[in-house]
Structures are given as structure tokens and as C-alpha cells.
Design a protein around this ligand. Structure first.
Ligand code: F6P
Length: 526
């Protein structure tokens, strides 16, 4: 299947994307509307034959069977022996899904209603500030979604502390009053060093202020024993099963801070939006399936054409944390070197995901995207309608900029046009030199996702779309997208380096560079 695609890559070499639009049906043919959103991938080199080959690859790699296995609770996370059932969290009123012979849905329902009671209790209390302490999936999901849905906030202020750098919690606590602040310790394992360190600092902050800490802590964890050991009363511990992966956990207890910010009703809308994307993903044929197409476009650009990175460019300022969220979702899920059976991957894993909201990025890194020597496929996203209609024409400008960027990337500007741009200012060799700096190669691919408005249901849909895209990419590449062994070595070495940095152990045996860096820090730490 890869050979087939590589042949297509050779076939399309030198062809200009703009020329493909001579076919007046192209835009419609290479777009998909689903769940009220429009995904346009026509500004890419994908033509009907490439699309057929990509869909055939998805079929041959058993995406449909694996998708069925995921939805039905099979243990597709094989290296950890776990089911992958974040989809069950957004279907509390659905039919049964069994893991190890037991239906998980009643527990999903019960946990959601406990979350709602706790959220309402906190929203109705004197608490003015809620601090979510967590990292990775226990931070990025709720932090991203809480920022995204700020027009829906009607509860206490929510803050997010993740970094073990004391600056993070210190700057946050400076905004809070111990008399009216609540802490949520969010950690699937309840052993993560950053989170436990920050939680202890928060505990000490309350104690120093004369506030009894116990009633001010809530724990969200799969490890109820550890939460109990930490002294958090059982009624303030919300548990979740091991089939909820950290980076897929915003839909359950880890989403508590979001629910406190936007209220249970809006949180349910967030779940329903995601659920509607789940149903589309589960039921639509592969060639009319938005997550499948999004994944296949990504595979075409990364694994087939060799573009190493992809930029996620939301023209939606409230999606400012989405690129970081997607970095974890995609890179922790599919950044692997071996396939499910332990054999080395035959094609690159990846890709590297990065981005920033537009229009800010336009005045920063878009220079490279337009004129640099590396091709960066861009994924634009924009709402048809903003929340700030009363502010005049901001939104129209935002949309115009978004569409202009994908058009410019595709169209480019040739030397002749560049010459005509500067012909009045320069002449001769200088005109030629100046013109060359103003050439845009064009023919650079992008996709655009347009959605009605960034409301809770739409956000749910978008996040579920990306989750399923990761699933499809992982399935095609034969990767287990649900483990993350690659984070372990650094954790082990950090634990071993702690006493060395503190000066309690010698750096003997460490490599010269590490020993030198430790020595510098020790000499200059004041
Ligand atoms: O170190 C990586 C990781 O395990 C992520 O997968 C996870 O989201 C994060 O750390 C936080 O883990 P926990 O929720 O157990 O504190």
C-alpha cells in the first residue's frame, strides 16, 4: 500500500494545486460536511486516485475492525492490557459496554452525577477561585477547554497549575485568597511528582493562612488508595477507571474544573457534541468519515510526502491552548518507533505538531511557512460566527485573514508578478534582486475546518474529531496509540538526579556534560 502511494507522490510531482481547481467540482468533491462542520481538504495535492489509495490503505489496515473493538470495550491498549473507552464517558445514557464482563455505563452515569453535585456545591458556595493542580492530560484538557469556553463561564474563577517550577503555583496563589480558594488535585496515578509537589505547596499555603485544608481539596484519580493516603476524604474523591487514558480524560472527572466554570448543563452539551462525532466516526463509511479523512490527509503529508511537521492554526483566540493540547494528544499517542508487535516501524511515526492562533502567528512564524524551504502543511480552523458581534467587524477580518492565508499558500507569487510589484522602485539588476525576495513558491497544502460557533457542543465535536484522527493514524501505522513508555526514562533519571542537584550525592559516574551543568547550578544557586 505504501508503494502505491509513493507512486502517486511521484506522479503528482511538479503539479500545482491551483491547477486542480480547473475541475469546478473540486472544492465540493474534496470536502466533507458532518455534524454541522465543513472540512475542506481541496487545497492539497490529493486527487481522486490518491484518495482511493488512501482509503484503500485505511481499509487494508483494519481501521473499521479496530474501531469496532474500541467502541465495544476490547483491550486494544495491548501493552498495558487495557480497554480504551473515553467514548463511554460521553455516552452516559447509552447502551451497555462491557469490560471484563461488567457493564461500565452505570458507573459512568454515577460518576457524572457525583461530579455534577460537587460542581454545584462549589459553584453555590463562597469559593471564588478553583485551582486545578495536574499536568499533561490532567491539565491540558480542562485548561484548553476552560479557556475555549470563557463566554460560558458563570462559576468561580478557574486556574491551572502544572509545572513543578515554583513560579507556576506562586504566581497563581498570588491571585487567590486562602479563605475562598479550593484545590483540585487531578492525577490519574496520584504519584506524578509535579502534581504531588504542587499539592503539598497548596496544602502548606492554606495551613499557613490558618485554613483547615481538608475541606478545600478534591482529588480526581484512578488511584483512590493514594488519594485516601493523602488525606482527602472519600466523598471528595472522584475516581475513574484505567480505561480512561490521561490525554483522553477531560470527559470524566478530570473535567471537573471545566464543569465548575461552565456549569453541568454546558458540560453535558460538551459531552453530547463529542458523542455526535463518535456516532459519525463509528457509522460513516471510511471515505465520508471526517476523522478518517483528516487522518489520511495527515498521513499523505507526513508519511508519504515526507513533510515532518504540521501546523495547527486556529483562527479562534480562545483555542490558544489547542495546539499544546493536540501536541500531547498526537505526539504522546503516535510518537513511537515500534508497531504493536514490537517490530520497528517501516514508515515515520509522528508528525511534529505545533501552532498558535491566527492572526498572531501571521506576524511571527508564517514567514517560514510562506517562503521557507520546508513545506509545512497547515490546518486552519475558524468559526463562522464569533461571540463578539457587538464589537463590529473583528470577526469578518479574522475570517478574511484565515482564508487569505490558505489562498496565499496555495497561489504563491511568481517572479514575474514580484517584478511588477517593485518595478516602480528599482531597475536593472537591483530590480531583479529585490523581486526574488518577493517570490512566494506557493503550491503549499492546507486544510480548513469551519464550524458554526465555538460553543460547548462544537468544542466537544472538534476535540473528538482530533481524538479519532489519532486513532486512525495509529491504526494505519500499526501503533499502540494508548501507552507512553517514552516518558519514563526522563522521569527515572530526574528522580536519580534530585539528590545530586541538592548536593546530597556526588555526580561521580554521570557523563561530563551533566556533571558540569550540576556543578554550575550548585555554584550559582545563591
Ligand atoms: O508522563 C506522562 C503522563 O503519564 C501523561 O500521559 C499524563 O497525562 C501525565 O503524565 C499526568 O499523569 P497523571 O494524571 O497520572 O498525574
Amino acid at each position: 500500500m505504501w508503494n502505491d502511494l509513493n507512486e502517486h507522490a511521484q506522479r503528482i510531482e511538479g503539479r500545482h494545486i491551483l491547477d486542480l481547481f480547473e475541475d469546478s467540482s473540486r472544492a465540493e468533491a474534496f470536502s466533507l460536511s458532518a455534524e454541522g462542520m465543513l472540512f475542506d481538504y481541496s487545497k492539497t495535492q490529493i486527487d481522486a486516485d490518491v484518495l482511493d489509495a488512501l482509503v484503500a490503505m485505511a481499509e487494508d489496515s483494519g481501521v473499521a475492525a479496530r474501531r469496532h473493538a474500541m467502541f465495544s470495550g476490547k483491550k486494544i491498549n495491548e501493552t498495558e492490557g487495557r480497554a480504551v473507552l473515553h467514548v463511554a464517558l460521553r455516552d452516559p445514557d447509552g447502551g451497555s459496554v462491557e469490560v471484563d464482563g461488567a457493564d461500565v455505563i452505570p458507573e459512568v452515569r454515577e460518576t457524572l452525577s457525583r461530579m455534577e453535585m460537587l460542581a454545584e456545591e462549589i459553584r453555590g458556595s463562597k469559593i471564588t477561585d478553583v485551582v486545578n493542580i495536574g499536568i499533561g492530560g490532567s491539565d491540558l484538557g480542562p485548561a484548553m477547554a476552560t479557556r475555549a469556553l470563557s463566554p460560558y463561564h458563570d462559576g468561580p474563577r478557574c486556574h491551572f497549575v502544572s509545572n513543578v517550577d515554583g513560579a507556576d503555583i506562586a504566581d497563581t496563589l498570588a491571585l487567590c485568597d486562602p479563605a475562598t480558594t479550593m484545590f483540585i488535585v487531578a492525577s490519574k496515578t496520584f504519584t506524578t511528582i509535579e502534581t504531588m509537589t504542587n499539592a503539598r505547596t497548596a496544602h502548606a499555603w492554606l495551613t499557613r493562612a490558618g485554613v483547615t485544608p481538608d475541606a478545600r481539596f478534591v482529588a480526581l484519580s484512578s488511584n483512590k488508595e493514594k488519594a485516601a493516603e493523602w488525606g482527602i476524604p472519600e466523598e471528595r474523591v472522584l475516581g475513574f477507571a484505567d480505561w480512561v487514558g490521561g490525554r483522553y480524560s477531560v470527559w470524566g472527572p478530570i473535567g471537573l474544573s471545566l464543569m465548575i466554570a461552565i456549569g453541568p448543563k454546558n458540560f453535558r452539551d460538551f459531552l453530547s457534541g463529542a458523542r455526535s462525532m463518535d456516532v459519525h466516526f463509528r457509522d460513516a463509511p471510511l471515505d465520508r468519515n471526517m476523522p478518517v479523512l483528516l487522518a489520511l490527509v495527515g498521513i499523505w503529508h507526513n508519511q508519504v510526502l515526507g513533510y515532518a511537521t504540521r501546523a495547527v492554526l486556529p483562527y479562534d483566540n480562545r483555542l490558544g491552548r489547542l495546539p499544546a493540547y493536540l501536541q500531547q494528544l498526537e505526539m504522546e499517542s503516535n510518537g513511537k518507533s515500534v508497531s504493536m508487535d514490537g517490530e520497528a516501524l517501516k514508515v515515520p511515526s509522528g508528525p511534529i505538531v505545533w501552532g498558535e492562533p491566527g492572526t498572531n502567528g501571521q506576524h511571527a512564524f508564517y514567514q517560514l511557512i510562506h517562503q521557507g524551504t520546508q513545506v509545512v502543511p497547515c490546518e486552519f480552523m475558524v468559526a463562522a460566527q464569533g461571540h463578539e458581534a457587538d464589537l463590529g467587524h473583528h470577526h469578518e477580518l479574522l475570517v478574511a485573514n484565515c482564508l487569505a492565508q490558505s489562498e496565499a499558500l496555495m497561489r504563491g507569487r511568481d517572479l514575474e508578478e514580484a517584478r511588477s510589484k517593485v518595478s516602480g522602485q528599482f531597475e536593472g539588476a537591483e530590480l531583479e534582486r529585490q523581486a526574488r525576495h518577493r517570490v512566494f513558491p506557493g503550491n503549499r497544502p492546507s486544510t480548513t475546518l469551519v464550524y458554526p460557533m465555538l460553543d460547548p457542543a462544537t468544542l466537544g465535536r472538534i476535540v473528538a474529531l482530533y481524538e479519532h484522527r489519532v486513532f486512525v493514524e495509529g491504526s494505519v501505522l500499526g501503533i499502540n496509540s494508548y501507552d507512553q513508555w517514552g516518558v519514563e526514562l526522563g522521569k527515572e533519571l530526574a528522580t536519580a538526579l534530585g539528590p545530586i542537584v541538592a548536593g546530597d550525592q556526588s555526580a561521580d559516574g554521570k557523563d561530563g556534560s551533566t556533571a558540569q551543568l550540576v556543578a554550575y547550578v550548585q555554584k550559582n544557586c545563591g
